[in-house]
Design a binder for this molecule. Structure first.
Ligand code: G6P
Length: 617
């Protein structure tokens, strides 16, 4: 989704800004722009399309000297209000003096726009962001300085925003405000930076200050001053980032997604390291909050509510099966955007678990905020990004250690989330009478998982070949039962995200209640079929498809005894223990969607219209 980069320095910052935007490309966007102040000259260059088009435009403006600036702000826009046009791209200006970039949505932009128009401000875009630029110009008309004007303007905005403002008459500073959309300040030596995501600034610094809700800050080359939501001056902690610098490198793979699929055995090893041994789960791995350890909280937990979006939601649905089957605790899973707008019942001793790769998903954050006010006993976030809003705002957090995930379609973040949730199942199950045998089984399944994933990746060539058969298909159906149903959901999501083939997932028992009407030879049916107690039921569902001329692609354990024939292509997945089967069966479905997308020639890492981190509703 939208990305922000800013810099105040003695040197020309244009390359820092462009490199920062490039490093944010993975989040998804449709236009880009930069504003630079050189002396007292403000130049704004914007383009629709990729950051490379913006970089070319900057290069072309060399002859006019407008390609330079010691202070600047830059932005990648993912359209919300107004189409994808140059006029709607950020930065937006007011009076050829103020330039503004913004992530989020100003919900009351219509009345503000009307009031500002009344005051004589001329709007040239369809965006809500232009309201910010003119509001600040309007407050500056009454005197005062930029910092106060931003504070006053911020107080009039409703909605979510992370915004950065530049005034060409005071070119030595930037003013930023955060409410709902993340912003991080990067500390340099004699120069300072800011961005919506630390990834953008890793080439220039590793020292970061994460702004909190309601903060307004002024950044110069040598100083950072922050005022909190109550208008009080505050010092925020400086955090040394340990995110890999070269995470932006494809490492010889054709796409980040493929690299990330192949990284799974390695990141799973990291996720388990120091947390599980052959003796079981290591104590204290879910941390503590104030005086209460996670273990104490788990011992009191009678109900688990899981909230997430997208792929992370599918991890949650899988965990419901595990928590109820193995840990004996009641669990419900809900999409964050639904949960946040309905009145829900909170049973006694409820634990809220949020799952998120980025830790910045607007709906998940809002759901957490709401849950904190509604009587949950405690909150745990399972997240991939240390220092993210979700981690900071949850009582307990557990990092998935998947490393930076660049491909918009989530892969390694998902499988590490599943491993984390299986560890949570062990941790809660311990207090609910989980048998030693079940616990030992899960522990040894987890320990052998990285090697099992390596073996499963060996299916790549076979799946690549099979993907050919999907190239002319427009629809597909994914079937699974039990804890493989959410894996079918995730497989369908992957296929639609990156190949644009319509894909739907069904619990196979539901086949007769509708989807069977769709079955014909043009509708591939993908079945995930490990060798578990539901196998015979699943086999009946397979026969129902076969009888209607459907073409099936079955990912199955060898011992499930499916065989290739005219109506069925079988891919034998390495035999694995039941508890980790959802993680193992995820791999072939990821590979399938990747190879189908390759054949379709889509933009695998940045699929159209999608964003990596959805920071607006
Ligand atoms: C977007 C991404 C998905 C992700 C979802 C939730 O839609 O494209 O890959 O699953 O957001 O994101 P989160 O960071 O909260 O896991």
């Amino acid at each position: 989704m939208c990305g922000i980069v800013g810099a105040v320095a003695e040197r020309n910052v244009v390359n820092i800004l462009l490199e920062g935007l490039k490093r944010l490309e993975y989040r998804g966007y449709d236009s880009a722009g930069v504003a630079l102040v050189n002396g007292n000259e403000l130049s704004i260059i914007r383009r629709t399309g990729k950051v490379s088009a913006l970089a070319e435009a900057v290069e072309q403006s060399k002859s006019t000297g407008l390609d330079k600036g010691t202070t600047g702000i830059a932005h990648t826009r993912w359209a919300t209000h107004g189409g994808v046009t140059e006029a709607n791209a950020h930065p937006h200006a007011s009076q050829d003096r103020f330039a503004v970039v913004h992530n989020g949505i100003i919900e009351n932009h219509k009345p503000l726009r009307a009031a500002l128009t009344e005051k004589g401000f001329n709007f040239v875009s369809d965006t809500d962001t232009e309201v910010i630029a003119h509001s600040i110009a309007s407050y500056m008309q009454d005197g005062g300085d930029l910092f106060n004007a931003v504070q006053q303007a911020a107080a009039s905005f409703e909605g979510a925003y992370g915004t950065v403002v530049l005034d060409k008459t005071t070119p030595d500073k930037l003013v930023v405000a955060r409410s709902g959309s993340p912003l991080v300040i990067g500390l340099g030596i004699g120069e300072n930076f800011l961005a919506s995501d630390q990834m953008a600034l890793l080439p220039v610094t590793r020292r970061f200050i994460f702004l909190e809700e309601g903060d307004v800050a002024q950044i110069t080359r040598t100083s950072v001053e922050i005022v909190d939501a109550n208008g009080e001056k505050v010092e925020r902690e400086i955090i040394e980032s340990n995110v890999e610098h070269d995470a932006g490198d494809k490492g010889g793979y054709r796409h980040y997604m493929l690299k990330e699929i192949y990284e799974q055995p390695h990141v799973l090893r990291n996720a388990l390291k120091g947390r599980i041994t052959s003796d079981g789960l290591v104590d204290g791995i879910f941390g503590a909050n104030n005086a209460k350890s996670a273990d104490e909280i788990f011992s009191q937990t009678q109900y688990v509510k899981i909230i997430a979006c997208g792929t992370s939601y599918h991890a949650g649905v899988t965990a419901k099966y595990w928590l109820e089957q193995y840990a004996g605790v009641q669990c419900d899973v809900e999409i964050a955007s639904e949960f946040r707008y309905r009145k829900s019942f909170v049973p006694k001793n409820s634990l809220l678990v949020t799952i998120s790769q980025s830790g910045e998903t607007a709906d998940t954050l809002a759901a957490l905020k709401l849950a904190k006010e509604s009587g949950y006993m405690s909150s745990l976030s399972i997240c991939n990004v240390d220092g993210s809003s979700l981690v900071r705002e949850s009582a307990l957090s557990f990092l998935t250690r998947a490393g930076a995930e660049i491909g918009v379609a989530s892969t390694k973040a998902f499988t590490t989330q599943l491993a984390a949730l299986l560890m949570l199942t062990l941790a809660i199950g311990k207090h609910n009478g989980m048998s030693a045998e079940t616990a030992d089984d899960i522990v040894s399944a987890l320990i052998s998982l990285p090697a099992k994933l390596e073996e499963t990746l060996g299916l790549a060539d076979e799946i690549d070949e099979l993907a050919e058969e999907f190239s002319d298909k427009h629809h597909s159906l994914f079937l699974g039962r039990g804890d493989q149903y959410p894996i079918a959901m995730e497989g369908a999501l992957k296929l639609k995200e990156i190949s644009y083939i319509h894909a739907e997932a069904y619990a196979s028992g539901e086949l007769k209640h509708g989807p069977l009407a769709l079955i014909d030879a043009d509708m591939p049916v993908i079945v995930v079929a490990p060798n578990n107690e539901l196998l015979e039921k699943l086999k009946s569902n397979v026969e129902e498809v076969r009888a209607r001329g459907g073409l099936m692609y079955v990912f199955a354990d060898k011992d499930a005894h499916f065989e290739d024939d005219d109506t069925m292509r079988v891919v034998n997945v390495p035999h694995c223990m039941e508890s980790v089967a959802p993680i193992v069966y995820t791999i072939p479905l990821q590979l399938l969607s990747y190879y189908v997308a390759l054949i379709k020639g889509t933009d695998v890492d940045q699929p159209r219209n999608l964003a990596k981190s959805v920071t607006v509703e």
